[in-house]
Design a binder for this molecule. Structure first.
Ligand SMILES: [Zn+2]
Length: 344
């Protein structure tokens, strides 16, 4: 049996029970490779065994089954589950925040425990709630065989720097809008915030002095407008692809009034003198490049050299200092604040 801990899916919290000796020593099969799969707790139960030997996890018995299933769904007889794989092995969470595993199937034979319930608790379906600052381990084991299990290291960040005001999350004073922290539908500054607008004017002027033309292509977008944009992309590209470049309504940074797309809003902007200037200078005016190169797993978005976010000069300077300290020029806001970004 192998418990794979290498696969990280930022977009979804999922785990898989791996069934059958055939999968031993291999990476977890995905749903396409399996003869049958069930969605549980936001993830998948996969089985590579032939249907005739299949036993459902939901308590139903399939025809021609060679083993029996108890009323609670626990498989008796020959062991079927050879491993449990978590799609992520560490998670950052705030005090009071819950990582939700949607319960879509009952009677799954799994047992969740926390190594320290004062730091984070976990319920019977894997919803993890931060309680106090620290690190602990959340473990899930098969109810069939407690030797089969997997772990998530949970880092709970102190809540003192976190303020949730009318549904809007501020961390260390910075308003956060990403795939983990949404904005309420009612949040509507009506346009770019005055500070953002003034800082952008300053940036445009400085760029012009360097012979670089920067202009605003997209600034504030309301919840309703984002809703239309996102739904259009979904109907053209499908949800999975749309999620890599367009935010769902309530999750767009443009709704903050502090995000701006400059110039050309597509990949042809990459490497242009304007893009290079923005990357080199935007922090001098309190902006950061919000979705830097190579950080899609962290931010939840592909490289967007045109999307800048105003966080104020002090914060931008502090982020740059931290980036230098960590020797990572592409340090993201998520990494700086110690948070994640994926649809829970
Ligand atoms: Zn943008």
């Amino acid at each position: 049996m192998k418990i794979s801990t290498s696969r990280v899916i930022a977009a979804a919290a999922a785990f898989a029970f791996v069934a059958g000796a055939a999968s031993c020593g291999k990476d977890v099969p995905n749903a396409e490779q399996s003869s049958q799969s069930y969605t549980i707790a936001g993830g998948e139960v996969t089985s590579t065994q032939p249907a005739s030997e299949e036993t459902t996890s939901s308590g139903e018995e399939t025809e021609d089954t060679t083993s029996t299933t108890t009323a609670s769904g626990v498989v008796v007889g020959e062991p079927r589950v050879s491993g449990i794989t978590l799609s992520y092995t560490s998670a950052d969470i705030l005090v009071g925040q819950t990582l939700t595993y949607p319960l879509v199937s009952e009677n799954i034979p799994e047992v969740w425990t926390s190594s320290d319930e004062e730091i984070a608790t976990v319920d019977s379906v894997g919803n993890i709630t931060g309680k106090s600052e620290g690190t602990c381990t959340i473990r899930v084991v098969s109810a069939d065989d407690s030797k089969l299990g997997a772990e998530v290291k949970v880092n709970v960040k102190k809540g003192s720097g976190v303020e949730v005001n009318n549904g809007v999350t501020y961390i260390d004073g910075i308003l956060v809008a990403n795939k983990s922290y949404s904005l309420p539908e009612s949040y509507n500054p009506g346009g770019l915030t005055p500070d953002t607008y003034a800082a952008f004017q300053e940036l445009v002027q400085a760029a012009a002095n360097d012979g670089i033309s920067i202009y605003l292509s997209s600034g504030f977008r309301s919840y309703e407008l984002q809703s239309q944009i996102y739904n259009n992309y979904v109907s053209t590209y499908g949800k999975e692809t749309a999620d890599t470049f367009s935010a769902r309504p309530g999750y767009s940074e443009h709704q903050t009034g502090m995000a701006i797309d400059v110039n050309i809003v597509d990949d042809s902007f990459i490497g242009t003198p304007e893009a290079i200037w923005i990357e080199a200078h935007c922090e001098e005016f309190g902006f950061i490049l919000r979705y830097p190169y190579g950080k899609q797993e962290v931010t939840g978005y592909k490289y967007e050299p045109w999307h800048i976010r105003y966080i104020g000069k002090e914060n931008a300077k502090a982020l740059r200092a931290e980036a230098d300290k960590r020797d990572d020029v592409n340090l993201t806001l998520e990494e700086y604040l110690g948070i994640d970004s994926y649809y829970h």
